[in-house]
Design a protein around this ligand. Structure first.
Ligand SMILES: Cc1cc2nc3c(=O)[nH]c(=O)nc-3n(C[C@H](O)[C@H](O)[C@H](O)COP(=O)(O)OP(=O)(O)OC[C@H]3O[C@@H](n4cnc5c(N)ncnc54)[C@H](O)[C@@H]3O)c2cc1C
Length: 435
């Protein structure tokens, strides 16, 4: 008798859960099921192409995937080829680790115009996600607006302004590198609804904006508070003080120092995307921060631009056959427990916040809950055998972990100019390689 566990998704939350289960002595079989042929979720498709070191955590996840108790089934979408209900009937425990991969709408007129993208879509595009590789954003523009004041907004701005040299040793796909580097873009406006003290970015990412080869980071002294005020932990205060000092440094820079500029702008909320079919600008209302919230003050201004990327947060799509909290964009759960035998971890459980390591406690807790609820397994649910029978019956071409490693080896072999890999950017290409 052995405990059978299916984990849906293969991002950090999935691997932390599998890793925590392996640490117990319980005899278990863990199946990680991923809709794409490639594992690792946002480590591959979220983390910026020029931040390779951040992605290194995949090495630990690869060891978990190669463990004898673990199987990886790529190219299998739960809810499409096989339903969640079917999985729950054949596994003792099923863990939802499907992330929050969709864009949140800005909710203003004009956001359906050409040239306006959510960051999930835009980041997926420049990271070679098979769903977004055909996006073809028109980058024949001189100015772009990035809405938001977090690390994703900084990632987008930085990838748009770095030089080909700065991006050479990255896995930015050629189809994205070509238009980005041919673009006449000179000005990126990063606009946040609140001030520098409320901004969510971390200092390492912010400081990097001040050290770009061809681009200067600018801020307006009048928009900076004198100090970091309010109740917060010492850690948060230190981080905010560092950020404020960095932005203050940006106020001393000159716009003509370098050919490109990233303008850090605060206290402004977008109220309308301007233009006819295509975006030509964004209209903003100035704000003030009251009790931590941005409130419009009735003064308006516009920024002309041909591209808008809204980096205002991610959300999850409802997961079929689960109770879904549409407002929170998460599966309804009680500290990870969804229903009998069904658990949630990572962004689908908590919403889209935190770094890769923030998902580790979720995995640990889910493993504890599964072991407490199911012990060594019921002995009635065969898990893997029944799952593979279903795959065979439906003619689903699942990709095993060793097959993924074949794809990965080819990506590494195809890389040039010191890049870590040249990503395959379609499921068809990956499956064709496997024959
Ligand atoms: C743009 C961006 C940049 C980031 N950069 C950093 C960074 O530099 N450093 C850092 O520490 N953190 C970063 N993060 C945060 C980090 O990526 C997340 O904390 C983490 O990936 C969330 O893990 P997850 O497992 O919940 O979701 P995900 O990583 O999104 O994994 C979910 C997986 O589930 C799969 N899936 C979805 N639906 C199904 C289905 N129906 N069937 C099968 N599989 C399915 C998806 O394909 C995906 O592989 C970034 C996030 C974003 C959005």
């Amino acid at each position: 008798m052995s405990l059978s566990v299916a984990i849906i998704g293969s991002g950090p939350a999935a691997f932390y859960t599998a890793g925590a289960l392996l640490k117990s002595d319980t005899d278990c079989r863990i199946d990680i099921i991923e809709r794409l042929p490639c594992p690792y979720g946002l480590i591959r498709f979220g983390v910026a192409p020029d931040h390779e070191k951040t992605k290194n955590v995949w090495r630990a996840f690869a060891k978990t995937a190669a463990h004898e108790k673990v199987n990886f089934y790529g190219n299998v979408e739960i809810g499409k080829e096989i339903s969640l209900g079917e999985l729950r009937r054949i596994y003792d425990a099923v863990v939802l680790a499907v992330g929050a991969g969709s864009d949140r709408a800005v909710g203003i007129p004009g956001e359906d115009k050409k040239g306006v993208f959510g960051s999930a879509t835009f980041v997926n595009w420049y990271n070679g996600h098979p769903d977004c590789r055909d996006l073809e954003p028109d980058l024949d523009v001189q100015a772009a607006v990035v809405l938001g004041n977090g690390n994703v907004a900084i990632d987008v701005a930085r990838v748009l302004v770095k030089t080909p040299g700065e991006m050479a040793a990255t896995d930015l796909p050629d189809y994205a590198a070509r238009p980005i580097h041919a673009s006449p873009l000179t000005d990126v406006y990063m606009v946040g609804r609140r001030g520098p003290n409320e901004a969510k970015y971390t200092n390492v990412e912010l400081r990097e904006m001040g050290r770009l080869e061809n681009c200067v980071a600018l801020a307006e002294a009048a928009q900076l508070p004198d100090s970091v005020a309010g109740e917060m932990s010492d850690r948060d205060r230190r981080m905010k003080e560092k950020n404020l000092a960095t932005v203050r440094e940006f106020t001393t820079r000159k716009g003509d120092e370098k050919p490109k500029r990233v303008h850090f702008k605060y206290y402004a909320q977008p109220v309308e995307i301007l233009g006819d079919a295509r975006v030509t600008g964004v209209r903003f209302e100035r704000t003030q921060v009251v009790d931590g919230r941005a409130e419009g003050v009735g003064e308006y201004f516009e920024i002309a631009c041909g591209l808008v990327v809204a980096a205002i947060g991610y959300t999850s799509r409802p997961v079929a056959e689960t109770p879904f909290d549409a407002r929170g964009g998460i599966v309804r759960n009680d500290d990870g427990r969804v229903e009998d035998g069904l658990y949630a971890v990572g962004w689908i459980k908590r919403g889209p916040s935190g770094v890769i390591g923030s998902n580790k406690p979720d995995g640990k807790l889910a493993a504890e809950q599964i072991l407490a609820d199911h012990g060594a397994g019921s002995g009635e649910k065969s898990g893997r055998a029944a799952f593979e029978a279903l795959l065979a019956e439906r003619g689903v071409r699942a990709v095993s972990f060793s097959e993924w490693q074949t794809i990965e080896a080819a990506e590494i072999a195809n890389a040039r100019h010191g890049a870590p890999r040249k990503k395959f950017v379609s499921t068809g290409e990956m499956l064709a390689l496997l024959g």
